[in-house]
Design a protein. Structure first.
Ligand code: DGL
Length: 258
């Protein structure tokens, strides 16, 4: 089936998922919406996040997408249930990897870096309550400013280092051994984060598990593209420009009003 896979995020964050997905699924056509006009989602109300997510899914449905990937933890944790009730296409979301961290921690302390609305969401807190063992402590931190800085594309590693130290050092002092990255944008900060945290702290990023899940879903629904034609990856943004540091040459990048 050569209908594209639809993907959306508030900006470049979901490209970290697409980057791996395009290698895992080399035949698949893809349409990616970067809703950077409305970025960041993380400080918006639940209703705003829901209506932006519905708008994005409707636009992706116009491209006849066979599946929609919500490549944004904030949109997933605040809207996935309603999206599945509203949109007629299978929807896959991404959530912070709490479960593996809780299952594997030895120090019984876990750090979670995510957006304000992800940390506040019902889905995040339900997952937390369902998986937390009595003796495991979760140390949450909102990644204030990080998404905006990444979207702007003008900040140096030094700038990120300065701000991330403020977020991570208190967690390190709590003796965490797992750091859950609960925002797809933060994938681009892994190098800087690794320079701050000691080696014994493992980073839980959900890029690989979500991609495996997408592959398994397409396979089980028998909707993988088996055709041998050269595939097409379209990236659309609706803001002034898209920070191009993270864009591969393979992508067709265009402005779209959505
Ligand atoms: N990439 C989104 C996420 O995973 C970014 C959130 C935002 O726009 O604030 O949560």
């Amino acid at each position: 089936m050569d209908n594209p896979i639809g993907i959306f995020d508030s900006g470049i964050g979901g490209l970290s998922i697409l980057e791996k997905l395009k290698e895992l699924l080399p035949n698949e056509n893809m349409v990616y919406l970067a809703d950077n006009l409305n970025c960041p989602y993380g400080s918006k109300s639940k209703n705003e996040i829901l209506s932006l997510s519905i708008k994005n899914c409707k636009k992706l449905s116009e491209f006849n997408c066979k599946v929609i990937i919500v490549a944004c933890n904030t949109a997933t944790t605040n809207s996935i249930k309603r999206l599945r009730e509203t949109i007629q296409v299978p929807i896959i979301g991404v959530e912070p990897g709490l479960k593996p961290a809780i299952m594997q921690t030895e120090t019984k302390n876990i750090g979670v870096l995510a957006t304000e609305k992800t940390l506040e969401s019902k889905l995040f807190n339900n997952t937390l309550n369902e998986n937390t063992l009595n003796n495991v402590k979760i140390h949450e931190q909102i990644g204030f400013k990080l998404v905006k800085m990444l979207e702007g594309g003008n900040n140096s590693k030094k700038d990120f280092n300065k701000i991330l130290k403020l977020y991570l050092i208190p967690m390190i002092n709590k003796n965490i051994d797992y750091l859950v990255l609960g925002c797809t944008h933060y994938h681009y900060l892994i190098d800087v984060i690794k320079n701050i945290i000691p080696e014994n702290i493992r980073i839980v990023d959900t890029i690989s598990p979500i991609n495996q899940h997408i592959y398994n879903t397409l396979k089980s629904k028998n909707i993988l593209n088996k055709g041998g034609k050269k595939r097409n990856i379209e990236i659309f943004f609706n803001g002034k420009r898209l920070a191009n540091k993270y864009l591969d040459k393979e992508y067709n990048l265009n402005y779209l009003n959505f």
